[in-house]
Design a protein around this ligand. Sequence first.
Ligand code: GLY
Length: 406
Amino acid sequence: MKKPLFKSQLLLLLLLLSSLTLFGKTNVDESKLKQLVDNAVSKSLVALTNSTDEIKDTLKYPNQGTKTFQWQLRTSKDWTSGFYPGCLWYAYELSNDAKFKIWAKQWTSGIEAMKHNHKTHDLGFRFKCAFGNGLRLAPNDPQTTRYKEILLTAAATADSRFVPVIGQYPSDWDESAKTVQNSVGGLVDVMMNLELLLWASENGGDPAIRERCITHSKNVFRDFVRPDGGTYHIVRYDKDNGKVLNKGQLQGDVDESTWSRGHAWMVYGFTLMYRHTKDEQFLNNAMRLADYFIAHLPADKVANWDFQSKLDHRDASASAIVCSALLEMHKYVKDPKKKQFYLNEAKSILTSLCQPPYFTEGKGTNCLLYHSTQYFHKTDNTDVPCIFADYYFLESIIRYKNLAKK
Ligand code: GLY
């Protein structure tokens, strides 16, 4: 009588162990993570306070750090300009300290100059991170009364770029454009603009924007995702008939590899598409892309810059973006095991990002995270701090802390 019982218990134990491994329910030490997050918040607030002295000029925006961890500065024309004011808004959200709100408004205002620039595909990053957070966190301040109108103008500008023949908001950037004649490119990064566009369609902008975002997303998933779940960075289409001309990489290693940050933009982008549409196909898309990202992570959960490259240069920004996306996405997932799996993965990533070698601990620098790869194919772009890594790191921390409030 005892033997079959033992067998069935053993089977149960094996099943339990395999499901724990399969769904990643391993070694997230919750109390350690809470301590790490608290430490990261207090040191990040000091670093961000000091960064305002380092940068001084409110029309200059950090883009990436040097190898010696000084911020390199750009104007609002750079695609990354919205992230620094976004970090200051997040510092205000985390601390409720009015000085961060004052600085956030100062660095936000310089970005308004870009609201009519229809030549860039990156208006969403700039405006949603800066003005969008400002409107959310300080809707009644005298200086923010124009934020809504500014956001709607920027969104209308971004929307004016839609190209019906490809059914997408196109890329402004393709270094091969000269060699690929008569082409128009789509880029995975553009998924991130949809947050500004969808917000506009729900807040007084053209309601038809929503349909264009849906069309864009469906076409991006159809054309950019490989059967194994990896992604291309760019797809080039014939300008006249919209036929695919070729697919490949700009920032990734080789055409058939997967650039981890581009893939991270996709995970985040399809998550926000589900947030706004509640269309299950977008959640399924986000899960598929997230599964690929997670399956290609090394043991410490910080992505290599390209998932197929043998050259070991991490991109902390890619993991920070996906960490934030998973902290939102897991809430939408109905299967309890998958939900827990995504939450655990997010917590594991955050555990790594909150510690050296990724978190700087504010030691001698105002940059928060080391070891991002801005643009591998350019000099001095690997293993550097990047402002967007810091932005999605802080966003992940806020989303993690908000879990406890529910
Ligand atoms: N151009 C966007 C990125 O580097 O992720």
